[in-house]
Ligand binder design. Structure first.
Ligand SMILES: [Zn+2]
Ligand SMILES: [Zn+2]
Length: 264
């Protein structure tokens, strides 16, 4: 399997997950042009994409969806609540039958990939994260979650690679210029995961065979790459687990450029 972040951040998200036979995008919150550029650097084009998995309807996850799905007639997978919410948004005219409704905790197959959607606590209609498996290998994508719980920890066990939200530094957010209601929203249980909480969640997920971790969906206003990285690393190193952060390949998925391609 391969995992690659084409773009990740509060301004736009698009992640590639695939095997030798099947190619998926998780969210399309950037322009069609940037998606194509990202795919080209993976030696793929939009024509090769077998499905688009949508986590939820916020614009940083769906901005480019209409263009790319229409152009290449790519099936779009999303929960019923997300499909309803999308139908009320301005995506342009979508072809009949392009949306495939999925349910949390009901795995489905796309060629040789098994996709398992799991519920995440976030202020959207019916948001999900995804675990994607191919044979023995698995990768997880968990962004836009206000908190984590045992159910999420369970869904992210024994992964080979993970893209995890490290959205904000709590102090930067608290003293920053965002209005009060927005600060409360981000800090709330259905908001976004702080760097500290990302580190604590990661401590629950690490195991000897975890090959790579991307920290993603960083806030432009309330975080920066070094801070997210250092905070998560120190949670891992100081946390109640047998590991040090340097035992793992941890890196920040960037807002504006394609990440390294992780092969597991
Ligand atoms: Zn969101
Ligand atoms: Zn988002």
């Amino acid at each position: 399997m391969r995992l690659c972040s084409i773009a990740s951040g509060s301004s736009g998200n698009c992640i590639y997950v695939g095997s030798d036979n099947a190619h998926l995008l998780v969210d399309v919150g950037i322009s069609g042009k940037r998606v194509e550029q990202g795919l080209n650097s993976l030696d793929l084009t939009g024509k090769d994409i077998d499905g688009i998995l949508i986590t939820h309807e916020h614009s940083d996850h769906i901005k480019g969806l209409g263009v790319i799905a229409r152009k290449h007639h790519i099936p779009v997978y999303a929960t019923g609540g997300t499909v309803d919410a999308l139908s009320r948004m301005n995506l342009g005219k979508m072809p009949e039958g392009i949306f495939h409704e999925i349910r949390e905790d009901e795995p489905f197959e796309i060629k040789d990939l098994t996709v398992n959607p799991f519920t995440i606590p976030h202020d959207a209609a019916q948001p999900v994260g995804y675990r994607v498996e191919c044979g023995e290998q698995s990768v997880g994508i968990a962004t836009d979650l206000g908190k984590y719980n045992e159910y999420i920890v369970e869904n992210l066990q024994d992964l080979d690679a993970l893209l995890l939200e490290a959205n904000h530094d709590i102090r930067m957010l608290q003293v920053g210029k965002y209005p009060y209601y927005l600060k409360q929203r981000i800090l709330g249980d259905r908001g976004h995961l702080s760097n500290e909480n990302a580190g604590r969640l990661l401590c629950r997920l690490l195991h000897d065979n975890m090959k790579a971790i991307f920290l993603g969906h960083l806030s432009r206003e309330n975080n920066y790459e070094e801070l997210a990285y250092e905070t998560v690393c120190s949670e891992v190193t100081l946390g109640d687990n047998p590991y040090k952060s340097r035992d793992f390949k941890i890196q920040v998925a960037k807002r504006d450029c394609i990440s390294e391609v992780i092969t597991v």
